[in-house]
Ligand binder design. Structure first.
Ligand SMILES: NC(=O)c1ccc[n+]([C@@H]2O[C@H](COP(=O)([O-])OP(=O)(O)OC[C@H]3O[C@@H](n4cnc5c(N)ncnc54)[C@H](OP(=O)(O)O)[C@@H]3O)[C@@H](O)[C@H]2O)c1
Length: 323
């Protein structure tokens, strides 16, 4: 089978399309024929080994696994012994973060527990955009409690991979949503359903007098204290941390703010591929409350170009790899 592999950290230039042996599922594993995968900013982190947090997860000096790619949607082709929840022909999706990655390939083999049944009524391409970024958006939004209808929610960095899902999820909970990103992403945030748009290159939302019940920060650029005065009484701030230092300051400084005021600020422990979250998102996809926004499709042999396209900031929606 054909797969994208790499032996070292680096730019998309270190990636190669190689013919490798098709895996045979062991006990409790399934072999899935990949129909689509998608690109996440996190793939670039694991490709480059930057920030440091990426090396903690995937190997300090060299990547532990040569395979890459988190998000996948496909059809079960072979089931190993003792597989009880999936059968041949089932359509499934997964974030392969905990299962050795490898979505950029014709087949993936992983424990059956890595995969869940795909939502009905969505294409493989649409499904492949969701597991990583959709779950991250959901866990971030609900990091400090449920969102009540009518609450004002601001998504900082709403035009990336996670942001459009965060906008749509917050809208599905009945929130009034403000999306913040640069001018080139305004149309994307509008399409996702944001009620208000802020171009951060023209306007600083922390000084314009706006107050929000929830700020989801996907940018990780400033201390939590920078955002404190943009929270309404009882408001929450949740950081989707990119850097270990960002995580640490949000955890520690946020705990200080939370203990000494009526506001809750901090970060959350991400759990990749959590079944309950995928189930909730599946329901929202099936009833049309969420619609994945796809910008562009690339073939498997074009994965390096797809990653460059993402890294250079051209993407206006998810970038999909088709087989
Ligand atoms: N904390 C965790 O547990 C955890 C788990 C998994 C992944 N992650 C990390 O979380 C991140 C996920 O975010 P993502 O995939 O959505 O990233 P992304 O695609 O890079 O999106 C971030 C968006 O923010 C915009 N932006 C940059 N500076 C801004 C500013 N000052 N104000 C407002 N917007 C700004 C970016 O626009 P530009 O085009 O200008 O850059 C981009 O559109 C990844 O880095 C991933 O590795 C964290």
């Amino acid at each position: 089978m054909r797969a994208i592999v790499r032996e070292e950290y680096g730019s998309p230039d270190v990636l190669e399309l190689r013919e490798i042996e098709k895996p045979v599922p062991g006990d409790g594993e399934v072999l899935v024929k990949v129909h689509a995968a998608s690109v996440n900013t996190a793939d670039l982190d694991y490709l480059r080994g930057r920030p440091v947090a990426a090396r903690v997860a995937s190997g300090i000096s060299r990547p532990r696994s040569s395979r890459i790619g988190l998000d996948v949607a496909g059809r079960v082709e072979v089931v190993g012994r003792d597989v009880t929840t999936l059968g041949v022909g089932d359509d499934v999706w997964a974030d392969l973060f905990d299962s050795g990655q490898g979505a950029f390939a014709e087949y993936v083999c992983a424990p059956e527990t890595a995969f869940s049944p795909m939502p009905s009524g969505v294409t493989f391409e649409q499904a492949a955009t969701v597991p990583h970024s959709g779950v991250l958006a959901l866990q971030g939004l609900l990091g400090y409690g449920e969102i009540n209808p009518g609450e004002k929610v601001l998504i900082n960095g709403a035009g990336g991979c996670v942001g459009p899902f965060a906008v749509q999820l917050a809208k599905s909970f009945g929130a009034e949503v403000t999306g913040v990103d640069h001018g080139g992403k305004l149309e994307l945030m509008r399409t996702a359903g944001a009620d208000h748009l802020i171009d951060y290159t023209n306007e600083d939302f922390t000084t314009n007098g706006g107050r929000y019940d929830l700020i989801l920060d996907i940018v990780d650029e400033h201390s939590v204290l920078y955002y404190r005065h943009s929270l309404a009484a009882g408001g929450r701030y949740v950081l989707v941390a990119r850097r270990l230092t960002g995580f640490a300051q949000a955890f520690l400084v946020g705990a200080g703010v939370s203990m000494t005021s009526d506001k809750r600020m901090g970060t959350f422990m991400w759990r990749a591929n959590r079944r309950a979250d995928l189930e909730l998102i599946k329901g929202l996809l099936e009833n049309g409350k969420i619609t994945p926004i796809i910008d562009r499709r690339f073939q498997l042999s074009e994965v390096p170009d797809a990653l460059r396209y993402q890294e250079e900031g051209h993407a206006r929606g998810k970038v999909v790899i088709t087989m």
